[in-house]
Ligand binder design. Sequence first.
Ligand code: F6R
Length: 599
Amino acid sequence: MCGIVGYVGNKNVTDVLVHGLKSLEYRGYDSAGIAIRNDEDIKIIKSVGKITNLEEKLKDFDKSYTMGIGHTRWATHGEVNEVNCHPHFTNNVVLVHNGIIENYRELKKELEVIGYSFLTNTDSEVIAALIDSYKGSKYDALVYAQMKMRGSYALVIMFDDEKNTLYAMRKDSPLIVGIGKNENFVASDISVILPYTKKYIDIEEGEVVKITKNDVLVYDEDGLVDKKVKTALWSLEDAKKGGFEHFMLKEMNEEKDLCTKLFNKFIEDENYSDDIPDISKYNNVDIVACGSAFYAANVGKYLIDSYVCDGSIHINVDVASEYRYKKHFYGDKSLVIVVSQSGETADTLACLRMANNLGVDTLAIVNVPSSTIAKEAKMVMPMLAGPEIAVATTKGYFSQVLELSLIAQKLGYIKGMISDEEKNLLIETFENLKSYLTPLFEIDYSKIANKLWSKEHIYFIGRGIDYIVGLEASLKLKEISYIHSDVYQAGELKHGPIALIDKSTPVISIITNDEIKEKSLSNAIEAQSRGASLYLLASENVDIDNLKIDEIIRVPRISEFYQPLLNIIPFQFIAYEVAKLKGCDVDKPKNLAKSVTVE
Ligand code: F6R
C-alpha cells in the first residue's frame, strides 16, 4: 500500500523524506520517489525497488532543499517502473497520490481533448493534469479536482510557481498533518512524524490544507476551519499497527473498508466493470493455490458450480503442490487461475510457469503488485488488500473470496444464469456489505474464546459452503493457537469422525445454508448427544428451538455470493482471541512464514 510523506521547514528535506519513507516500508512497496524544491527549481528523483536504491541516488545531492514530498508506491495502475513511480508532474503541478481514481480514464480523455498528454499509465498523473487544467486560484483548482474525481485519494501537492508551500487533501485514504516548530509534516501514517513531533491534525474529506513551515491552514467550503490539534500517544510500533494490539487485528478491521475499495474498483455504473475478468469463453478452468488461498478457490468453485454453471464450463480446484506434478491436457478454451496473496508462493508460481509454458491462458488473483506472479501472469486481478503483515491471512483471504465471487457473478450474468434483476440485487448487496459486516466486528468473542482456549481438539462441521468456510476457520485456529482442529462435512461425521467426540469436545457447527439447514442441525445434535459441547454459527433464520447450545453467534442471512464473507469474520476473531489467551505470538506463529518461497 502506498505511503506519503511531505515536509516543509529548515532541515535537509532529503533526510526527512527518506527517513519518513523508511518508516512506511512496513506497508509494502515496489518503488519510491521524492520531489524537492529550493528557491530555484524542483527536482524529482525516483527508483524501483528498495529505498536504499533511492538513497544511493541521493548520496551526493545538494543539501539546500528544505521542502518536498515523497512516496512509496504499491502499483495499482501500470507496471512497476520509474516512469509510473511517484511523484508525478504536469506543468505547474507536482504531486504524490495514494488511492484509486475510478473515473481516471474518462478524465484522461477529457484532458487529452484540451491538449494534455501523459507519460505514465497511472491514474495519479491524470490528477496532476486535472489540477493544472483549472484556470483560477490554487484553492479553486483543488476543489475543482475534488468535484471531478471519483474514488479514493490522499494527495500532497506542490506548485512550481509557489515556493515553500504544500497542499494536501484526502478522501477514503489516510493523511495527517504533523505540527512541528518552524516545520510541518504531512504523512499517510503517524509513524512518519513521531521522531519529530507528537502533535498532529486530522484532515477531513472536503478540506484543503495549505502547509508552510510556520502555518497549517485548513479550508472547507465555509472558509477557514478551526482544527483541533491532537497528541499522538503511540509508540512507533503502535503507530504502525494503527493503534491495534496486533497486525492481525488491524488487518481484520481493514476488511470493512476493503469491501468499499473493491466495490469502487469492480462496479461501474451499477454494473460489473471490465476489471472483473470475463471467463465465459473458457470451458475448462483450473484454480490453483495453497493454504487459505486454496480454500478461497474452493468457495469460487462452489459458487460457480452451484449458481451460475450452465454445463458449458468445468471448474477444477487443486492445491498447487499437487497440481504441478499432475498431467494436464489443456485445450484452447482452458484457463489456469492462480490465487496468491504474496505472489511469491513457490508451488503456485511453479504452476503458473508451467501453464504459461504450455501456452494456456493464465490469470492471477494476487495482492502484491510487484510480485513474480503478478509480473508473469497473462492477466491480473489485483486484490487491493494492501500489505498483509500478520503471517495468518485475514483480509487477503477475504479479498480472494470476494473477487472469485465477482468472477462467478459476472460469468453468471454473461451466460444468462443471473437475470438483470438478480444482478441489480447482488450489486446492491455488495454496496451494503460493510453494513452487514459491521455488527460482526462488535461482538465480544472473548466469552467463546475463554471456553475454547484450554481444549486440545476442536472440530468444525458444516455442509456445502458452510463446510468450505469451516476449512478456513479451522486453519486459522490451528495456525495461530496451535490447538488441533479439523473440519468435516456434517453428514460425514457419523461415518467415522464421531468416534473422536468425547465428553465436552467442542464441536462448532456452521449453519447458514438454507437448503440444508435442518440436516446440518441434526448432525450437530448427533454430536451433542455423544457428549460434545455445541457451538453454533447460524444465520438468523435457523430455528434452534429449545436446544441447549453452549454459545451461538448469529450472522445476517444474505446472498450466498457474499455469505462466506460474513461467516469467516467471527472465526478470525475467535482464533485471534484464543491465541491471545494462550499467550501465542499472534502475528508470527511458530514454524510459519508469510511467504512460502520454497517447495
Ligand atoms: C494461512 C496462510 C497460508 C497462505 C498460503 C498461500 O493463514 O496465510 O495458508 O494462504 O501460504 O499464500 P499466498 O496466498 O501468499 O500464496
